[in-house]
Design a protein around this ligand. Structure first.
Ligand SMILES: NC(=O)c1ccc[n+]([C@@H]2O[C@H](COP(=O)([O-])OP(=O)(O)OC[C@H]3O[C@@H](n4cnc5c(N)ncnc54)[C@H](O)[C@@H]3O)[C@@H](O)[C@H]2O)c1
Length: 246
């Protein structure tokens, strides 16, 4: 049985890395997809590949910091499918471990704009539809940098802690309206964002002694999007090979 059959899912940042893996994993489970990314060329490639597998998928170019483009994304999705079942807020950027004294206000604001405020903007656009449907799932991509220090710089660490706080707020406010809101906290995962850093980094502080694969995060995202997790809300789940357990 397909676990996401006919669920309409928007995934931001799904033209590459974890978002791309999530898009393929969702498609494999029967989801109808909007591949929302600032990189239209890569988003089209992902959507075309998913369509060639027999699933419905559309690429949509959006900068998640631009409210006009986000409104257009929601209008496009409703125009195509007339509902939104899952919003996966995955788009994010890294601050390259910049410590507080070296963090400019420009960097801080940019990191927060993409990693946190975009989730607030999109959630507020999607929630009215989910409230009307009396169902829906929002999944926010946090990080282990939202659980502990030293897995990013000042602004990234603060932004990912904010994602988890906002996730809990949403869960508390909208659960009674039939909407579940959870967060994923990936550990170190091999993606274009981390490829260069991981060339020289040891794995001995990770109990499973390796970096994660994008498919391993995507598996959790499928579970949180599916009805299998229907009693879960406000959870912030680490997929980190045990890193935050020690
Ligand atoms: N890779 C890791 O080890 C790791 C660990 C923990 C958390 N994360 C988080 O996972 C998420 C995905 O990371 P990734 O490693 O796959 O990154 P990535 O750089 O490989 O992919 C990010 C995608 O987001 C898109 N994007 C960036 N800014 C955007 C914007 N303003 N508007 C629209 N799209 C935008 C990019 O075009 C890209 O396709 C991020 O939120 C990141 O913070 C990653």
């Amino acid at each position: 049985m397909l676990r996401l059959k006919d669920k309409v899912c928007i995934i931001t940042g799904s033209a590459s890395g974890m978002g791309e893996a999530e898009a393929f994993a969702f498609a494999k489970q029967g989801a109808k997809l909007i591949i929302a990314d600032q990189n239209l060329e890569l988003a089209e490639t992902v959507a075309n590949q998913i369509r060639s597998l027999g699933n419905e998928a559309f690429a949509f170019q959006v900068d998640v910091t631009n409210i006009i483009q986000l409104e257009a994304l929601i209008d496009f999705t409703i125009g195509k499918f007339d509902r939104i079942d899952v919003l996966l807020n995955n788009a994010g950027i890294f601050d390259k471990y910049t410590n507080s004294l070296e963090t400019t206000e420009y960097l801080w604001d940019k990191i927060f704009d993409i990693n946190v405020k975009a989730i607030f903007r999109l959630s507020n656009l999607v929630l009215p539809h989910m409230i009307q449907q009396k169902s829906g799932a929002i999944i926010n991509v946090g990080s282990i940098a939202g659980l502990v220090a030293k897995m990013g710089g000042a602004s990234y660490t603060a932004s990912k802690h904010a994602v988890l706080g906002y996730t809990k707020h949403l869960a508390a406010e909208y659960g009674q309206l039939g909407i579940k809101i959870n967060a994923i906290c990936p550990g170190t995962i091999k993606t274009p964002m981390t490829a260069k850093m991981l060339e020289t980094r040891p794995t001995d502080k990770i109990p499973l002694d390796r970096f994660g694969d994008t498919s391993e995060v995507a598996d959790l995202a499928v579970f949180l999007a599916s009805d299998e997790s229907k009693f879960m809300s406000g959870a912030c789940i680490a997929v980190d090979g045990g890193f935050t357990a020690v």
